[in-house]
Design a protein around this ligand. Structure first.
Ligand SMILES: [Zn+2]
Length: 101
């Protein structure tokens, strides 16, 4: 997994400790997620695909201990397996009856 710090366009609400949080972009496992973190307190928001939701979580104070970060990551929804028809195969056993008139 690779993580980058993204420069914020506008300052966000500082953490309770007074520190400015960082917006982190993570790439890995076929996904790109964003989360805010305060390096001083070790508080993070849940990583989400949407940067806007990450900002919203931070604004709303929805933070978690950084140790929970791996468990907060969204999991990729597995592709649905190919659907197997449960209908019985049509049996081609047509008996033609010919009546002689
Ligand atoms: Zn803090």
């Amino acid at each position: 997994m690779i993580q980058f710090e993204i420069k914020l366009d506008a300052p966000v609400r500082p953490c309770g400790c007074g520190h400015q949080p960082r917006l982190i972009l993570s790439r890995g496992n076929g996904m790109t997620t964003h989360h805010f973190e305060c390096a001083r307190c070790g508080l993070v928001t849940a990583p989400v695909i949407s940067r806007r939701f990450a900002s919203q979580f931070w604004r709303d104070g929805q933070t978690h201990p950084i140790a929970e970060l791996p468990f907060l990551r969204p999991t990729r929804t597995p592709r649905p397996a190919a659907r197997i028809s449960k209908q019985p195969l049509a049996v081609a056993s047509v008996t033609q009856l010919r009546r002689q008139g």
